[in-house]
Design a protein around this ligand. Sequence first.
Ligand code: ADP
Ligand code: MG
Length: 322
Amino acid sequence: EQTAAKIAAGEVVVDPSAVVKELVENAIDAKATAITINIEDGGKSKIEVTDNGLGIDFEDVELAFARHGTSKIQTMEDLDQLETLGFRGEALASIAAVSRVRVKTSSRKDGLGTMYSHRGNHQEKEAIAWARGTSILVEDLFYNTPARLKHLKKSNDENRKIIRMVQVLSMSHPEISFGLFLDGSSYMKTPGRGDLLLVLQSVFGNQQVGRWMEATYENEPLQLNGYLGSPYETKRNRDHQFIFINNRYISETRFNKAIEDAYGSMLMINQHPVFVLNIHLPSHMLDVNIHPAKTKVQVHNESLFLLLLKDGIRQILRSNLD
Ligand code: ADP
Ligand code: MG
């Protein structure tokens, strides 16, 4: 049973950033409006996610750690609706199989909560004082799976993946305030006021965003919105480029290149524009990998799509720069 749990954990929990993603998505599911993420040693020694969401009832805490205990997928139709976050009901179980986990949570207004720790075969539960919401502490990731532990990168590299993950989550949820701390110092904080531009100001800093162009464009079946950076405020790599398709973060370099193509000769050689772009397409034009952690997509008739995309970006640039 333990071995099976550890193997299954490999599916969901590949690195610290995947743990962050699952814990944050649970907080979002619990309707949190503020989420704080605390990381130490690139998440290798500590990942802590604290939210002000609905909390977990005293009686339900063990259930939250049960494999498939809570899967939100009820029918095959649900599977088609990938909007449902965290669909397999096994993230917490998987994380607990490969780390030491401690939860503090309350679903109540009277300040009464629960502490539950899950460390290997040892579980403990007690009533504590806790304001409504949940804090999940994950320590010593992969302490019991040496092969995985060995694959973890230097703290800086793990931090870089975590930062990008939190940036993506905060751009997807401008209405939620995200705070990220790395080894005790604040790395970023978004205001949670529902405005993407404010999120971008927190993520990239004020100066740059002042020159950004609002991207809104529609040309059936394609719709674009977000922000494009100026062709004169470019970067040496693509770390400041974010593409979402139907609100899902996508990593397909071909799309980044098409957008850069549209900037054309305005860009200096080896320079990359900054952008955060949400592309909307009818779902029948897409094949999205069913695994929620995957960032790959296939667009039917991709070459036509890329032409439409380039055209849209060109139009946005033209109307902003003329
Ligand atoms: P899933 O999200 O697919 O249900 P998880 O293993 O990620 O599976 O979470 C199990 C359950 O634990 C959730 O369904 C939820 O009931 C509870 N839970 C986990 N994290 C939180 C949280 N931050 N706030 C409230 N409930 C939570
Ligand atoms: Mg989940």
